[in-house]
Design a binder for this molecule. Sequence first.
Ligand code: 13P
Length: 287
Amino acid sequence: MLVSAKEMLNKARDGKYAVGQFNINNLEWTKSVLAVAEELRSPVILGVSEGAGKYMTGFKTVVGMVNGMLEEMNITVPVALHLDHGTFEGAQKCIRAGFSSIMFDGSHYPIAENIEKTKILVNTCDVLGISIEAEVGSIGGEEDGVVGMGECADPKECKAIADLGVTMLAAGIGNIHGKYPANWPGLSFETLEAVKKEVGDMPLVLHGGTGIPAEMIKKAISLGVAKINVNTECQLSFADATRKYIEAGKDQQGKGFDPRKLLAPGAEAIKATVKEKMELFGSVGKA
Ligand code: 13P
């Protein structure tokens, strides 16, 4: 059964580790993440962007697929199904479809509007026992066609949003979605510390988990980050393994084309990436 992310994140905050959010795009992705979480006894969050949800024909399909896998794969570790960077309308759709967690990304609105819209969703989520993530200070890079400038969050604005009763807060600290440019100055731990001071016990979320050096990840966790999002790295490992398989001519079966064989190396590569991240984040054995 899907669970809210609240308990797993509060435990992670107290235990000084982070739960990984791995974005899913299809059946293979989902199966790989769940298999590794179960094998390593790690709690996990499956992230779904609105674009990925649309690709999979809609949020209801995603809920049906994930619930089916939890049962058929005998998954016993805590799993949350979470909307990633949701719009106000998208968040409402996911709530209706059966997601156990949502993110409302109001970071591009003026702060008063972000507060107003987040508050409405907090009220709904509270009634239903769904966890909710809010964002302050946009994350750099590109996500689903939206380009953020990677500004650092204002700690006072973070407090205003945290006080609404969200479960977790994504605060921009110079992190970027996708690959980091060579001249990236690194995470602003100064901002992270200032945010933490304002929001107290609120579990913090670090987006753009691909390509952040291990030492920075560890420091961020020590300063209150309890959830780390990873998407691009799984995409890259999937693409790389698939390309190698095709280049080696292994997709030529001679007796018809088998999509399951073509997708298998990519699925294995995702497993390796997820494993590596869970070990780095310290969530192994914490289920
Ligand atoms: P990356 O694509 O950089 O791993 O970031 C993922 C993310 O933050 C999803 O919200």
